[in-house]
Design a protein around this ligand. Structure first.
Ligand code: GDP
Ligand code: MG
Length: 315
């Protein structure tokens, strides 16, 4: 060993790099978006206590030595009844089918006494029928008694589809490094698909819409139906380095519009205020945010709206 040899700063050559694509799937509210943000080390996907907030696929990237791990946050998988739900579930499975490994995330609080919830069982059945193996991550260990975690782990292990079971908390980060290390070891050899310092991929216009949507949900709770949607209508770069964004919150009925506006427009002002603060932090520049509320009755049947959310129109 030569004493004055120092570690080189040169990045690995292409032959040494590896790159894996991993899908995070799970029931609504399992904590997929929280985990993705933790993995990427930044906020990419919106997190709310209300179900079904992730509409389309969002990429989060983690680096582990010579390995680039690309994670995709998918809409929650559940038993779809309506067209929008079916489109989201399809997008989730498309993400999973293409992946090198599938991470099934489970919220142990949803099932009773160590039993898995129905949505998780649906996922397990689908994995079985497509003969896919996956990694199980029992999430929210910070909030679940150890006993029921162990029971749930044993119960799901007996299904025979999981190669490995992890107990993690996306919120505190507990156990997340172990998952990354395990997946990194399974990433195939290949060039990195993103620059080393990139944390994720979500178009800025979509990010703005998602943040507004999150703030609206957080402020209005159950008063806002989950099919309320937000679109960025205008994005104008200004000479002084700031950006002017116009976004519209679409609801389905006049009554919902009144709720979003609030008395004297106070509610929408509050939504816009907190969305702007967060967007300025994320975009690292001044943001002028203008919000509108419109009623669009039939958007659930309009193919164009689906394309805007990155979803496929289908039956
Ligand atoms: P998604 O629907 O699967 O994307 O779930 P989200 O990431 O939006 O999280 C749903 C809810 O679970 C939010 O209220 C989160 O704060 C909460 N949550 C997510 N991860 C954890 C965790 O590790 N521990 C606890 N206690 N709560 C969590
Ligand atoms: Mg989500």
């Amino acid at each position: 060993m030569c004493p004055d040899m120092t570690e080189t700063e040169t990045p690995p050559t292409e032959a040494e790099t590896r790159c894996g694509y991993f899908a995070i799937i799970g029931a609504p509210n399992a904590g997929k978006s929280t985990l993705l943000n933790r993995l990427a080390g930044t906020k990419l996907a919106i997190v709310t206590p209300k179900v079904q907030t992730t509409r389309a696929r969002i990429i989060g990237i983690a680096m582990s030595g010579p390995v680039q791990l690309i994670f995709v946050d998918t809409p929650g998988i559940f038993s779809p009844k309506r067209r929008l739900d079916r489109a989201m579930v399809r997008a989730a499975w498309t993400g999973a089918d293409d992946a090198d490994e599938i991470v099934v995330l489970v919220d142990p609080l949803r099932g009773r006494g160590g039993e898995p919830d129905d949505d998780t069982l649906t996922i397990v059945e689908r994995l079985k029928s497509s003969k896919r193996r996956a990694v199980l991550a029992l999430n929210k260990v910070d909030a679940v008694p150890r006993e029921s975690l162990l029971k749930l782990a044993a119960r799901l292990d007996s299904e025979g589809v999981f190669e490995r079971i992890f107990m993690i908390s996306g919120k505190t980060g507990s156990g997340v490094d172990d998952v990354v290390a395990w997946l990194a070891a399974r990433a195939p050899v290949g060039p990195w698909l993103y620059p080393e310092d990139q944390a994720g991929e979500i178009p800025e216009r979509q990010l703005a819409a998602e943040i507004v949507r999150e703030k609206a949900f957080l402020k209005l709770h159950d008063e806002l139906p989950y099919e309320a949607t937000v679109e960025t209508e205008k994005w104008e770069e200004r000479k002084d380095g700031s950006v002017r964004i116009e976004a519209t919150i679409y609801v389905r009925r006049d009554g919902q519009k009144a709720i979003v506006l609030g008395k004297g427009g106070l509610q929408i002002k509050a939504i816009g205020g907190s969305a702007r603060v967060e967007l300025e932090a994320l975009l690292e520049r001044r943001v002028h945010l203008f919000l509108f509320v419109k009623v669009r009755e039939n958007w659930l049947d309009d193919p164009e709206r689906y394309r805007e959310m990155g979803l496929e129109w289908g039956k």
